[in-house]
Write a protein that binds this ligand. Structure first.
Ligand code: S6P
Ligand code: ZN
Length: 190
């Protein structure tokens, strides 16, 4: 294949000439939030867009790299901030790099062996997700959280493992107007 480039709008995260643009609404991840009363109340009024992803597709084969930008909109479900579903890579030994372009957030990470970490994201943060670490991002600001990512094209996504574990062991909630890291009371280690 031939080399190529695309242009990422650093403020909005939009990639002109992206091959895919997909979106995730609250109804598609309703079980991921702790406060099911708040989920039901929000969904009665509509189905907010939680996040969207622009992807530059390449053949999904070993050696290739996928570039993408994620935009998480600002908002909360109960006290929990808007976040991604989160996943392990299907091929567990595939790593990933994120570069935060704008906004404020957290990257939550965990392994199947029980390790967990939370990393703050702000413009300029280059975060490394090593092989075997699940990852979820959370927007704690009042503007979109935008980050660029690049990962092996054959990595794949395992969302089921996160659902089985009832999410991540850490969660980010608004307490007194500020984000606070808390333990997820429903988390189950695999
Ligand atoms: C892919 C990479 C990101 C996420 C995106 C949405 O490996 O980590 O592009 O796909 O941030 O998150 P999720 O958990 O819904 O795929
Ligand atoms: Zn990933």
């Amino acid at each position: 294949m031939e080399p190529f480039s695309r242009t990422v709008d650093l403020a909005t995260g939009k990639i002109s000439g992206a091959s895919n643009h997909w979106v995730r609404h609250l109804s598609e991840m309703r079980d991921m939030y702790q406060d099911q009363g708040a989920v039901a109340e929000i969904l009665r009024a509509g189905d907010p867009l939680i996040y969207e992803v622009y992807e530059i597709a390449v053949p999904e084969e070993e050696g290739q790299l996928i570039q993408c930008v994620t935009i998480i909109h600002p908002g909360r479900v109960g006290s929990e901030y808007y976040m991604t579903k989160g996943h392990y890579h299907k091929k567990r030994d595939r790593a990933e790099v994120y570069l935060c372009l704008s906004g404020q957030g957290y990257l939550l990470l965990q392994t199947e062996e029980g390790a967990s970490q939370a990393m703050e994201l702000e413009p300029g943060t280059a975060a490394y997700v090593p092989p075997h670490w699940a990852h979820r991002t959370v927007n704690v600001g009042d503007r979109p959280l935008v980050f660029y990512g690049v990962y092996p094209a054959d990595a794949g996504h395992d969302y089921e493992a996160i659902e089985e574990q009832h999410g991540f062991s850490l969660m980010v909630c608004e307490r007194g107007g500020r984000p606070a890291l808390e333990k997820n009371p429903h988390f189950k280690r695999r």
